[in-house]
Design a protein around this ligand. Sequence first.
Ligand SMILES: C[S@@+](CC[C@H](N)C(=O)[O-])C[C@H]1O[C@@H](n2cnc3c(N)ncnc32)[C@H](O)[C@@H]1O
Length: 239
Amino acid sequence: MLLQWLLNFQRRLAGGKTRLAGPITASDWAKLDARQAFSHIYRHRLWGGTGFYSGAGSHDPGIVTPYVDAIRTWAMGQGPLDAVDLGCGDFHVGAAVRPLFRDYVACDVVPDLIAHHQTGPHAGNVDFRCLDLARDPLPAGDVVFIRQVLQHLPNAMVQDLIPRLYAYRWLVLTEHLPSTPGFTLNLDKPIGPGIRLKIGSGIDLTAEPFLLRALEERVMCEVPQFGGLVRTTLYRLRP
Ligand SMILES: C[S@@+](CC[C@H](N)C(=O)[O-])C[C@H]1O[C@@H](n2cnc3c(N)ncnc32)[C@H](O)[C@@H]1O
């Protein structure tokens, strides 16, 4: 606990030094690491809302309710599971699924966001940690949730995550994808608030260049948004 607090404090100091003033251009995004990019997004409310706000995909009941229902149906058919939530954001969605699991570790790369959660209403029964999913060791658990996170990241960061996913038995991945059949998978993009939908692409972890090996795969839910589909896929990664 003390170690995590010290780590957050050190990261918040570092975040202050790299603070970017005002709007930034498309080419600037590529120069930022994840902590800088997403701190900037929240500070300047690039996904709208007030305070820390992770965007419509985290709040629109038409998107969130089918997701929570699908996770509940699945989780109730399992024994007790420890969950890890990578890129937990404002935790509006995380809070809805948290009661379905035993231990719950919620992680994000934005130090101020995690510090906010650590003194917030869920601090007593959620272990909030600041980490970069592309670089840092990941918490142990049975199931890892990655919801509308990878769609914002360049392929190199996604690639760095892949080998470490095999530590989990289950991966529940939510990505915003084009609804047009035969779209080009996994086109690269710079880090930032936008997603691959804008370039007619979307993430499929089992395809090139990621080639995630899953023992089972099934779509848990799929909801239309912004001319695309927000799809949640369950992967079994270990027996
Ligand atoms: C669009 S929000 C989604 C939040 C939440 N998963 C949800 O569905 O409501 C994406 C979140 O991923 C976090 N994120 C982005 N890159 C990350 C990284 N490399 N490591 C950890 N978190 C990251 C961002 O800070 C942001 O909070």
